[in-house]
Design a protein around this ligand. Structure first.
Ligand code: HEM
Length: 398
């Protein structure tokens, strides 16, 4: 809490006195208006130089590594078309069922490691049932997703051991998906598979030239989608719960909302908690050419911009009285899932999975962080992803 308060204080000072700071090859941007303008001006502040080298290397080209181009437009439209209106109800069912089963299992013990027993398991059910890509088994899939995600987006120190592992894992994922696509294609052709999932939809969409992706295109796109769907959810759920558990008043309000099945209010609690500790505190862009923002700030071609969305979400011009925890804020100013053309494709999933995971925990009687060492959030060897966060509650026999 102290570290967070200090960070937010530093952001406040920077927003007031140095809203754009240049440090070597990098600019750091702190105000909401500047951050959102950068993310909106996607031809001046581009993404391919940031993301394409690693995305191309590990999974093959994908929209999150592409700037505006016919391929980007076509492939993001195909992904959007693969999603149906009724999917929300379907995802809600998958996630609610899995979450309540998992929490029920823990109920008699009065203790749950919310990561290994819940928040990392739920995304696997989503991959299995909705995406149609369960992997060889859950632990393998969790490891593949984490290793590749880390090396695509977060391995800033170029840790060799991590790179080697991700190269190996990416080859395994590639082979697994190639095989899975061929098998599903064959089964759909023969009429032995009439199931519905994202992968099956992309395969069926091959029949229409407007939505046809070759098998490599399907593999690239499904890889990109599933990659962002596991540790993002798990870590965000941990961030939300730890923020709520630190604030007795907010915790009580969220528990009431969960108990009353008030999903809208519960979501407001979850996303407000996430504002205090977002999964993506910054989003990176490349300065395509010399340019300036409407605030007058100038940027030199070739530099990298660190858009500090965490600070932007504490800018009083966008969030009144930003230090207070409120559930009546307008969702439109939050930058929890990106902004502009690369805004999260899975936002409709996040808006279900995160509140549902939290709801099942919040309904537990006398929920609290485990005392002492046991209650500390334990991160993996990279320090990027939580592996363990133990919560206690009054045991119940189901
Ligand atoms: C809490 C969980 C999640 C968080 C915090 C999150 C965050 C983000 C952010 C910040 C971006 C934009 C990155 C940028 O502009 O540089 C993004 C893009 C994306 N996300 Fe998510 N994400 C989450 C879950 C998901 C899920 C569940 C899926 C898949 C179902 C997904 C798929 C994607 C894809 C495909 C993009 C790229 C969109 C594009 O380039 O047009 N994400 N996500």
């Amino acid at each position: 809490m102290l570290k967070q308060k200090l960070t937010l204080l530093v952001f406040r000072l920077l927003r007031s006195f140095l809203p754009v700071v240049r440090f070597g090859k990098n600019y750091f941007v702190f105000r909401h208006r500047d951050v959102t303008e950068i993310l909106d001006r996607d031809t001046d502040f581009t993404i391919s130089q940031i993301n394409a080298p690693n995305i191309d290397k590990y999974t093959g080209p994908f929209i999150l590594g592409m700037d505006r181009s016919p391929q980007e437009t076509r492939e993001s439209e195909i992904l959007q078309k693969a999603v149906k209106r009724d999917d929300m109800a379907w995802i809600e069912k998958i996630v609610s069922q899995a979450a309540s089963d998992l929490v029920d299992k823990a109920r008699p013990s009065g203790s749950i490691d919310m990561v290994s027993e819940l928040s990392l398991v739920i995304p696997w059910h989503f991959l299995d049932q909705y995406c149609g890509t369960p992997g060889p088994d859950m632990p393998t899939m969790q490891h593949w997703m984490r290793s590749i995600f880390y090396n695509v987006f977060l391995n800033f120190s170029n840790n060799e051991e991590q790179i080697k592992e991700a190269e190996k894992v990416a080859a395994e994922l590639h082979q697994y998906l190639d095989q899975l696509i061929l098998e599903k294609q064959e089964a759909i052709k023969k009429g032995t598979y009439d199931g519905d999932d994202l992968l099956a939809r992309l395969i069926r969409m091959q029949d229409n030239p407007a939505t046809h992706l070759d098998n490599d295109g399907i593999r690239r796109n499904i890889s990109g989608v599933i990659l962002g769907a596991v540790d993002t959810i798990s870590k965000s759920a941990v961030n939300i719960m730890s923020q709520l558990l630190m604030r007795p008043h907010a915790l009580r309000g969220a528990q009431e909302a969960a108990k009353n099945n008030d999903f809208v209010l519960l979501s407001n609690y979850a996303f407000e908690a996430m504002r205090f500790n977002p999964f993506n505190p910054v989003l990176l862009r490349h300065v395509e050419h010399d340019t300036k923002l409407s605030s007058g700030k100038r940027f030199k071609k070739g530099k990298t911009v660190w858009s500090v969305v965490w600070s932007a979400m504490f800018d009083p011009n966008a969030f009144s009285n930003p230090g207070s925890f409120r559930t009546d804020r307008s969702y439109k100013n939050y930058i929890l899932f990106g902004w502009g053309m690369h805004r999260c494709f899975g936002e409709y999933v996040n808006k279900l999975e995160l509140p549902i995971i939290c709801r099942e925990l919040l309904k537990l009687p006398n929920l609290r962080i485990a005392p002492g060492k046991e209650g500390k959030i334990i991160y993996d060897s990279t320090g990027a992803f939580p592996d363990r966060f133990v919560l206690k509650f009054d045991p119940e026999t189901p």
